[in-house]
Write a new protein. Structure first.
Length: 148
């Protein structure tokens, strides 16, 4: 929260930082800004739930379920271009399946912490998409046929 002296006019929101802009640009390849907001909302809610389930599965020693959940997180993170989350989830999944992971609960905690570290970026991208409200580009797009 920004504190201003009483009576001072509100300042304009700063332009999103470069990583925010880069992620927003990548997501805009998938659709317009309203689509991006829906995708981010779904990703955030689903991933929170999946991370909770992952923690529970590793705590109770259900490594088969933990590997399946890590796979889902890897796929959804990768689809959004969140390479760090996708790579960490992939390593967790593969480590469990290969039997080489020594502490699945700690690894699940690390994945959750990485997700939480990413939340400010995702919220900034979501806010930028809401604020800008860009619509899909007009045709023609490379490799896409316009209406007939």
């Amino acid at each position: 929260m920004v504190h201003r002296p009483r009576g001072a006019p509100p300042e304009a929101d700063p332009e999103p930082a470069a990583p925010d802009r880069a992620l927003l640009a990548r997501l805009r390849e998938l659709g317009d800004d309203s689509f991006i907001v829906r995708v981010l909302d779904t990703f955030l809610g689903t991933t929170r739930d999946k991370l909770e389930q992952l923690g529970q599965a590793t705590t109770r020693g259900d490594l088969e379920a933990a590997a399946a959940i890590a796979h889902q997180i890897k796929s959804s993170g990768g689809a959004l271009g969140l390479d760090g989350i996708a790579a960490t989830a992939k390593n967790l999944e593969l480590g469990i399946r290969a039997g080489t992971l020594t502490d699945a609960t700690a690894a699940a905690g690390s994945l959750k912490a990485q997700f939480e570290d990413l939340l400010p970026l995702l919220e900034a991208v979501r806010t930028a998409a809401l604020k800008e409200g860009r619509r899909p580009p007009d045709f023609p797009l490379p490799g896409v046929q316009g209406p007939g």
